[in-house]
Design a protein around this ligand. Structure first.
Ligand code: ADP
Ligand code: MG
Length: 177
């Protein structure tokens, strides 16, 4: 039995009816440097989302352009690239029911100022678009989360190989069956 093969096979075999989804989260360099990795991951575990892949990666400018391809050319892109490449990030693949939408709910709005208490961006940051743009800075918001299912699929295949994603049971699965 090849566990790598077995796992990637299980991972790929969601049928069309299921609401089970995988999504990508990054703890950005700011979150790593502020020692917030544990607190951020706790929020997702508390919500019952399953970690099926996780690693620390320090990306270069080229990789940033691939990950943020939709933003390349925008006024803030240069500062965003500098931000995401300034230190290592924690890359995580989370799995759960409507995981893309549920993770964005836990994360909050793009702008920490507009993110309500209880969200990661609302509780651990307070930066506004206006302040960031007035300084020519990136909007420091601690975390990246895929915006929709299509983006999630593209981003997961960019950041992870199939064999880095794992299929296993957690306590939460007993409530989902
Ligand atoms: P999200 O991360 O919520 O999906 P976007 O995809 O719109 O947000 O933007 C990607 C990242 O680019 C944001 O998380 C933020 O760090 C940065 N960013 C977005 N808009 C601005 C802006 N107007 N000024 C500075 N940085 C920005
Ligand atoms: Mg986005």
């Amino acid at each position: 039995l090849n566990p790598v093969k077995e796992n990637s096979k299980t991972y790929k075999h969601f049928n069309n009816l299921t609401c089970m989804e995988n999504t990508l989260v990054l703890v950005k360099p700011e979150g790593v440097k502020r020692h917030l990795i544990g607190k951020i991951i706790q929020r997702f575990e508390d919500a019952g989302l399953k970690i099926i892949g996780m690693k620390q990666v320090w990306v270069d400018n080229e990789f940033s352009k691939q990950h943020y391809s939709e933003h390349v050319g925008k006024a803030f892109y240069e500062s965003l690239e500098k931000y995401i490449t300034e230190g290592p990030v924690i890359a995580i693949v989370l799995q759960g029911v409507n995981a893309v939408e549920n993770v964005r709910k836990v994360v909050g709005e793009s702008e920490p100022k507009s993110s309500p208490p209880g969200t990661i961006r609302g509780d651990f940051a307070h930066m506004s678009f206006q302040h960031a743009d007035s300084k020519g800075n990136p909007l420091k918001n601690l975390i990246h989360a895929s915006g929709n299912l299509e983006e999630a699929k593209k981003e997961i295949s960019l950041w992870f190989k199939d064999y880095e994603l794992h299929s296993y049971k957690t306590m939460q699965d007993y409530f989902l069956e």
